[in-house]
Ligand binder design. Structure first.
Ligand code: DLL
Length: 430
């Protein structure tokens, strides 16, 4: 099933024409209505009329997160406040949050984009969908909710937290689709097991997971625990929230809603444009936003793009699952390490539970990478020799992938912190 055939299956030529038309309009609009963009353009002598082809987008300066913070709260708005119907914000790690503003049309676009990804993931109006994202300033709860409602699914706004109650609702309401972060889904699966439920107690069919990085191995674990087909979807508040892209059932990358969000991949350091299939930092331009237009936003998320039409019938560009954020890439003794590489190794091993922590520290001027892994089964702790063998196996497997040595610590089941939203896996003490 395809939610919007016209938008999701047009030819590349048609898509590029539509994107160019929308790009020209949005650039003119941003220049005219947002002093921040006017100043940026003027400072390099760029005029909106200089944007004549899609490639001309490369002339436009990037927008970065600090631009949003510097213009806190409403500085990037393109409309008077009486046209704004919703305000969201993403919690900054320090200081003020970044604020995003939506007009009625923006909410309509957002719901449409989320409805498209839900259908691509296999959802229909018959589904009972439990949304376990926070309903608040975070875009996850309301974003998914509106899109699923547009699809006429039955939405259960369970919000985040109170995990035992989530499981009770899941069973009693006959939830068929689960919406959460992948780490929370894994936790719910594990808690359900502990409470004595089996997969057959639930009617779960589909999982719509996003808002944090995941690996295929992690998705497989979730599938085993909850008996659903897990899918990945991506988005960020600055651009709209969830709804930028999502998996179809072919599992070959997330389809970007390209008629609304124009993707580019750049080299994070040199800012050079990368080609199809090459990894780099994702840059997004919102082509249709009214409340807060955003041009060439540097997401910091590392991925790659594929332009080939998909077997599912959609022709939209696909992005690979996020490899990591350029700002959470660790440089350890000169070697680049993405936490997702560590996750892939751990999740592929049957003896560990799917919960881990990465600690990086410096001792005697040397970087030390420590990985703390939770065991699946406490009985492993009873035999020191076996435990040591497992530790060595994990260390060896990590070394094969990362090329550096790690200190592996194994801990008892249920000792590492669980998260209801985005999991925090890395502590860098350097
Ligand atoms: O997390 C929006 C969202 C909500 C997406 C629910 C999907 C589902 P922010 O809080 O602004 O917005 O965080 C955005 O989260 O730049 C990525 O680093 C990360 N992220 C989001 N989705 C994925 C994903 C929401 N599927 C930041 N895989 C982004 C990996 C993701 N990382």
């Amino acid at each position: 099933m395809i939610y919007n055939k016209l938008a999701e299956t047009m030819t590349r030529r048609e898509m590029r024409d539509l994107q160019l038309d929308r790009l020209k309009k949005t650039v003119k609009y941003a220049y005219k209505e947002v002093p921040f963009y006017q100043k940026k353009f003027d400072s390099i002598g760029l005029k909106p009329s200089d944007i004549k082809t899609l490639k001309d987008i490369e002339k436009i300066p990037f927008t970065v997160k600090s631009d949003l913070r510097d213009n806190y709260p409403y500085g990037l708005s393109a409309v008077p406040m009486d046209k704004i119907v919703r305000i969201h914000a993403s919690s900054g790690t320090s200081g003020k949050p970044t604020v995003v503003l939506y007009t009625k049309n923006d909410i309509e676009t957002w719901s449409e984009c989320v409805a498209r990804l839900a259908v691509a993931a296999g959802c229909t109006e018959k589904d009972i969908v439990q949304v376990c994202f926070g309903y608040g300033l975070f875009t996850g709860g309301f974003g998914l909710h509106y899109g699923l409602e547009k699809l006429n699914a039955a939405v259960v706004p369970a919000s985040s937290g109170n995990s035992e109650r989530q499981i009770m609702l899941m069973k009693d309401f006959g939830t068929t689709a689960l919406v959460s972060t992948p780490s929370y889904a894994l936790y719910l699966g594990e808690l359900a097991e502990r409470l004595g439920y089996t997969k057959s107690d639930f009617k779960l069919r589909t999982g719509l997971f996003g808002s944090e990085a995941s690996t295929p191995e992690m998705m497989k674990l979730i599938e085993e625990k909850l008996g659903l087909h897990p899918t990945n979807n991506y988005g960020l508040s600055e651009i709209i929230g969830p709804g930028v892209s999502g998996d179809c059932l072919e599992d070959c990358g997330m389809h970007i809603n390209e008629d609304h969000f124009y993707p580019e991949i750049i080299d994070g350091e040199t800012e050079e444009i990368k080609g199809e299939g090459e990894y780099g930092e994702l840059v997004l331009t919102a082509l249709t936003k009214e409340g807060m237009p955003i041009l060439r936003y540097k997401t910091r998320d590392v991925t790659r793009l594929f332009y080939e039409p998909c077997k599912c019938g959609r022709t939209t560009t696909r992005m690979d699952r996020i490899k990591g954020r350029s700002d959470d890439m660790l440089i350890i003794r000169g070697v680049n390490v993405f936490p997702s590489q560590i996750e892939s190794v751990l999740m592929a091993m049957g003896e560990v539970a799917g919960h881990y922590e990465i600690i990086v520290k410096r001792e005697n001027f040397m970087d030390i990478l420590e990985v703390c892994v939770e065991l699946k089964d406490a009985s492993l702790l009873e035999n020191y020799a076996n435990l040591d063998l497992l530790r060595q196996k994990i260390r060896h497997n990590l070394k094969t992938v990362l090329q550096i040595d790690t200190i592996v610590k194994l801990v008892e089941p249920l000792t590492l912190k669980r998260y209801e939203g985005k999991a925090k896996r890395v502590t860098d003490l350097r």
